[in-house]
Every structure is written in structure tokens, then in C-alpha cells.
Design a protein around this ligand. Structure first.
Ligand code: URA
Length: 238
């Protein structure tokens, strides 16, 4: 059980400054348990709290864990330079909560991207020690061959890496398509591994992280959802 004043709760959920949240309440824009809330200071239980702001329903979340089906031509940076940033795809309150991507996908890479405002979660998901697998589908310029697959499985040398990097698994999906599973997340890793093996990646999509498959989330490109505990538990297993 954890009770907090409503203005503070709204602020924690990214609706704006405490003063602005108080104004929202005084303006009758906030509804709690089916009634317009008028008291900013009364303690409200946050466990399971459902409320609405401007008629839009929300659920209290101590932290948010988001899965985004990232479209192409969209940058993971908080200060995007050439394309819109991923935060522009989410409701404004998530940016105010300081939601960050867990690692990055290139601007032209599509697929599963996790985002959160929980620093411990971001750190754990990004840690190489956890060996969390990431599944990519890469489309290639040249035909894929068993030799290419063997090279990626055996390890390829990238110029700024001390040791060769290898795919955990790699299989041909089509004449110009490979599924590559990695446990590291080095800069441009899939594209650089393919280039080092003598091919060229023309399109890249991340389809799975740990045991969480993008397909099961039913998200069209550009859509996002909040992950529940069960879905989060899948992230560490495969
Ligand atoms: N590897 C890449 O080359 N790019 C990505 O966006 C992700 C993995």
C-alpha cells in the first residue's frame, strides 16, 4: 500500500509540473474512480490506480516498460538530427518521464525496440554479462551461401574489436535473407559482420529479444505497447 497526493502522482506519471497537475485537478480534468477529483492533497492509493486526464484513461505505473515496433527513418537518439526521433512516436508523458531506449537501432533498422524509465532495467537488459539474445532478419545484396553462414558462425574480425565476433545461430531464410542471433550489441554489428564476411546488408529487422517475439505483440510499424510482467520475464529467457 502506498498513498500519495494526486498532484504528485500525476507529476510522477509525466503529466507536467506539480503546479500544472494541480491546475488540471482544479480545472476538473482529472477523474479518479469514476468521479472528478477536486482535492490535490488527499492521499490516493497508487496500487492498481486507474484515472483519466482530459477523458483519456491511464493506469498508474511506477515504471513503464515499452515495446515499440520501430519504423525505418526514425532515430533512437534523444536529439535526432536527420529523422524524427522515436520519442515522437510515444505520448508526450513518456518523454517527460525520461523514457530511454534500451540500446539503439540504426535509423534504417526496423523492429523490436525496448524503452523504459527504469534505469536498473535498462542496465540489466544492456549488460553483456546477461547474454540476452537478439534475433535479426537481414536482407542482403548478394546471395547468401552456406560459406557465409559458416563465416558468421565461426566469427569475423571487425577492425576495432580485439577478438572476432560470432553469431550464436545463423540460418538462411531465403536466397537473400538470413536470420542472425547475437548476444552482443556492438555498433552496427550485423551490418559490419555481413560486410566483413563479404556481403552487404540492405535491410535489417529485429524480431526477438530473449524470448519476446515482436510478432506476438501485434504491433504495426510505429505502434507501441506497455509490457506486462509476464512479457518482461520473457526478455531474459529464450
Ligand atoms: N546491427 C546493426 O548493424 N544495426 C542495428 O540497428 C542493430 C544491429
Amino acid at each position: 500500500m502506498s498513498k500519495h497526493p494526486l498532484d504528485r502522482i500525476l507529476q510522477s506519471q509525466g503529466f507536467g509540473t506539480r503546479k500544472y497537475c494541480r491546475e488540471l485537478i482544479m480545472g476538473g480534468e482529472v477523474n479518479v474512480a469514476g468521479a472528478i477529483a477536486t482535492d490535490s492533497h488527499a492521499g490516493i492509493e497508487t496500487d492498481g490506480l486507474e484515472f483519466s486526464v482530459f477523458g483519456e484513461p491511464h493506469r498508474y505505473r511506477e515504471h513503464v516498460y515499452i515495446a515499440l515496433n520501430k519504423p525505418a527513418d526514425c532515430e533512437c537518439s534523444r536529439k535526432p538530427s536527420h529523422h524524427p526521433g522515436i520519442l515522437s512516436l510515444l505520448p508526450e508523458q513518456f518523454a517527460r518521464r525520461d523514457v530511454q531506449p534500451v540500446g539503439r537501432l540504426d535509423h534504417d533498422t526496423t523492429g523490436l525496440l525496448l524503452m523504459s524509465d527504469d534505469g536498473a532495467f535498462i542496465h540489466a537488459q544492456s549488460s553483456p554479462k546477461r547474454h540476452i539474445s537478439k534475433v535479426y532478419v537481414a536482407t542482403t545484396h548478394d546471395t547468401v551461401t552456406p560459406v557465409l553462414v559458416a563465416q558468421l558462425l565461426g566469427g569475423v574480425k571487425l577492425h576495432d574489436e580485439p577478438a572476432p565476433l560470432a553469431a550464436v545461430t545463423c540460418r538462411m531464410l531465403d536466397t537473400r535473407q538470413l536470420e542472425i542471433v547475437l548476444e552482443q550489441g556492438k555498433y552496427h554489428q550485423v551490418k559490419r559482420m555481413l560486410a566483413a564476411a563479404g556481403n552487404h546488408c540492405t535491410a535489417l529487422r529485429r524480431t526477438e529479444i530473449g524470448g519476446l517475439k515482436l510478432d506476438t505483440l501485434g504491433l504495426a510499424e510505429g505502434e507501441w505497447c506497455c509490457l506486462d510482467e509476464g512479457q518482461r520475464a520473457l526478455l531474459v529467457s529464450r
